[in-house]
Design a protein around this ligand. Structure first.
Ligand code: SF4
Ligand code: MSK
Length: 656
């Protein structure tokens, strides 16, 4: 896949907007101007204390270079990436915490606009937590669930609640290598403590602590967030939507909800359908109110309501440059401060809503869950009042694509057998027979340092051509949706023969949109269910499955990469390793972790090599599981179940 320097993004609409509005600076311009510091780029710089910053460079730096305190290059690199994990775990952890407190407030009657929408999911969660639910008031159960999960943030000793959802053998590996997390706050603080000046000087030990912290994200903060959001707003089922910048309407009030937390956005979804507000919009000359999403708040409201997405991370500035956005509402995470600068060229009002995210120049409405609906109406009114200020400035585009989202893990199970016989058996069988070669979780951000979204597009095309089923989340879903890849027709036109057959039989696209970044936890649940179903690996490790974040940006992405690796999934990130300076750190993250957990974290800048590495992992896993050799168009019919001798051989190989 050759990099075309003249193309900024694979999303045609966004590219067109930036061409038409040349002169307004975007992240693509800044990425061009901002050359990364080569020492920081490699992870060879430490500024953890004021004897530095120390640059550990030069010949034999790996062995010989030392910071003023005596820290070696592998220590500096390990500390750097471990702190990224802590940052990512903190972000997803705080998101999960906010969701739990909303559930508690709703159950206690303090947040009247919220309530339990999915009682079945509440009961399932209560059951996992060992909370009695039969014959009890829904709100009493919800209170107990919320209080039990709040313990996962502040617990000092013991184990987090949801770890037991992992296969037994996966849990045993965590115990064996000392990475069982206690609580989100506890294990995040410990990484920051260990990596400050004069603390842990063993890169392996530092990285182990980071794995533990990351598990507190995947099986804690993120999983809690996913489950509570489903309980409060409903577990997603397939829903039609649209994607890309053509979703805006010239004759309607356009509102964007951007960020990650769905709480206020859910209220805005309701508010825009209120007849009074629609009438009010008409008094201002608009035909109606059009709501769209961006990044992961988009994924949340798309998954549950079919609200269209204007795209992922790099589309936020071009969205405003259409000149059609009357209010651009943001909550938390992945919000470029520059949106305020871009908005100055147009009439767009930027509204911040979280007290954790203030941007000078934006209007701030401090989100208060007690009056959430009223605040949502206030935001809609601001957008309506701003509609008459719209000018002809901006670049209107018509590019948009239909898409299907809403594939919760519950629905994926249901679609493979219905209410009473839902299971992962058909998927496991399809993998065993070689119809489906393996599964890839395609996730993570879109990065302006690449032809943004382009690598997602390339990998999505090639993987499904190779009969690999894709589950996607976050901005990867937006990237796939924004080029028209999230439709069942995609399977008919582009998937390999085996995957096409499976998709046609079930009526699904070959790329299943699972939701927001926190919903990567749904992939953990799916992998655990596949292990429990039998016939493949009896733990998450060893499955013909790989995670790929081809254009990752954030600390959250690194934390996700770490928790998948610790759970047994080989993970491939695009771009250079942020710790490429240290061979030892990269060896630990690949070879050592694979031996211990059957997972790994690779960094690979070449998209073709990323693809080859993913397929190689999948094929080797098939071979180790003694599954039928994958051959395009040739499927086995019988189940190739493993005998005990074969299983013992694999266990021996893994050192168990
Ligand atoms: Fe330099 Fe050590 Fe301070 Fe880092 S902690 S800046 S390596 S002296
Ligand atoms: S929003 S973390 S740019 S995926 Fe979840 Fe996208 Fe990455 Fe943010």
């Amino acid at each position: 896949m050759a990099k075309d320097k003249n193309v900024r993004t694979a999303e045609l609409g966004a590219e067109q907007v930036m061409v038409n509005m040349a002169g307004i600076e975007t992240c693509f311009d800044r990425a061009g101007k901002m050359k990364p510091c080569p020492i920081g780029h490699e992870g060879a710089c430490c500024k953890n204390c004021y004897m530095g910053p120390c640059r550990l460079v030069g010949k034999n730096a790996e062995e010989e270079a030392r910071g003023v305190c005596g820290a070696s290059l592998p220590v500096v690199a390990a500390r750097y990436i471990a702190r990224m994990v802590a940052g990512g775990t903190a972000a997803h952890g705080d998101h999960g915490r906010d969701m739990v407190f909303t559930l508690l407030a709703a159950a206690e009657g303090h947040a009247k606009d919220f309530g339990v929408k999915d009682v079945k999911k509440l009961y399932r969660t209560a059951d996992i937590l060992g909370i009695e639910f039969e014959g009890r008031q829904v709100n009493d159960v919800a209170k107990d669930v919320a209080n039990k999960l709040i313990e996962d943030f502040s617990r000092q000793k013991g184990e987090m609640n949801f770890l037991k959802r992992a296969p037994q053998k996966t849990q045993e590996r965590w115990k064996k290598y000392g990475i069982v997390p206690r609580g989100v706050d506890r294990d995040t603080v410990e990484v920051l403590d260990r990596t400050t000046m004069g603390m842990d000087a063993d890169p392996d030990s530092i990285l182990n602590a980071a794995l533990k912290c990351a598990l507190a994200n995947g099986w804690g903060g993120s999983m809690i967030s996913t489950d509570i959001t489903d309980i409060l707003f409903g577990t997603p089922t397939p829903v039609k939507a649209e994607a890309s910048l053509g979703i805006f309407k010239e004759d309607e009030v356009n509102i964007i909800v951007h960020g990650h937390e769905p709480t206020l956005a859910e209220m805005i979804v309701e508010a825009v359908t209120e007849p009074e507000l629609i009438e009010y919009a008409k008094t201002k000359g608009a035909k109606g109110i059009n709501l769209g999403g961006m990044c992961c708040t988009a994924n949340e409201v798309l998954m549950r309501h079919g609200i269209a997405t204007a795209g992922g991370f790099t589309n936020q500035e071009p969205a405003i440059m259409t000149g059609l956005v009357d209010a651009f509402t943001v909550d938390v995470q992945c919000i470029m401060p520059s949106i305020v600068d871009v908005a100055k060229h147009f009439h767009t009002k930027v509204i911040t809503t979280s007290d954790k995210v203030r941007i000078p120049g934006a209007q701030h409405i401090s989100f208060d869950e007690h009056i959430a609906k009223e605040q949502a109406r206030q935001i809609v009114r601001i957008a309506i009042d701003n509609f008459p200020n719209r000018t002809k400035k901006g670049s209107h585009v018509t590019t948009k694509f239909p898409m299907i989202g809403g594939f919760s893990h519950e629905y994926i199970e249901y679609m493979q057998g219905g209410t009473w016989r839902g299971s992962f058996r058909p998927l496991n069988d399809a993998i065993m027979a070689g119809r489906v070669r393996g599964v890839v979780g395609l996730a993570g951000c879109d990065n302006p340092r690449w032809p943004s979204t382009g690598i997602h597009k390339y990998l999505a095309t090639e993987l499904i051509k190779n009969d690999v089923l894709i589950v996607s989340t976050g901005c990867s879903s937006a990237a796939c949706g924004g080029v028209g890849y999230l439709t069942p027709e995609m399977a008919l036109e582009n998937a390999g023969p085996g995957l096409r057959e499976v998709c046609e039989a079930i009526g699904i696209p070959p790329i299943l949109h699972l939701g927001a970044c926190v919903d990567n936890s749904r992939i953990l649940t799916i992998a655990s269910a596949m292990a429990a179903e039998g016939g493949l690996s009896d733990e998450i490790g060893g499955m013909p499955a790989v995670g790929i974040a081809p254009e990752w940006i954030t600390e959250k992405a690194v934390s996700i990469g770490f928790y998948f690796a610790a759970s047994g999934v080989p993970v491939i990130f695009g771009g250079d390793s942020p710790v490429i300076a240290s061979k030892e750190v990269n060896r630990i993250m690949t070879e050592v972790w694979f031996e211990r957990f059957k997972g790994a974290l690779h960094f690979e800048p070449d998209p073709e090599k990323m693809l080859a590495l993913a397929l190689d992992y999948i094929d080797k896993a098939r071979e180790n599981l003694k599954l039928k050799k994958y051959e395009p168009g040739k499927f086995g019919t019988e189940k190739v179940l493993m005998d005990m001798a074969a299983r013992r051989e694999i266990r021996g190989h893994a050192g168990l």
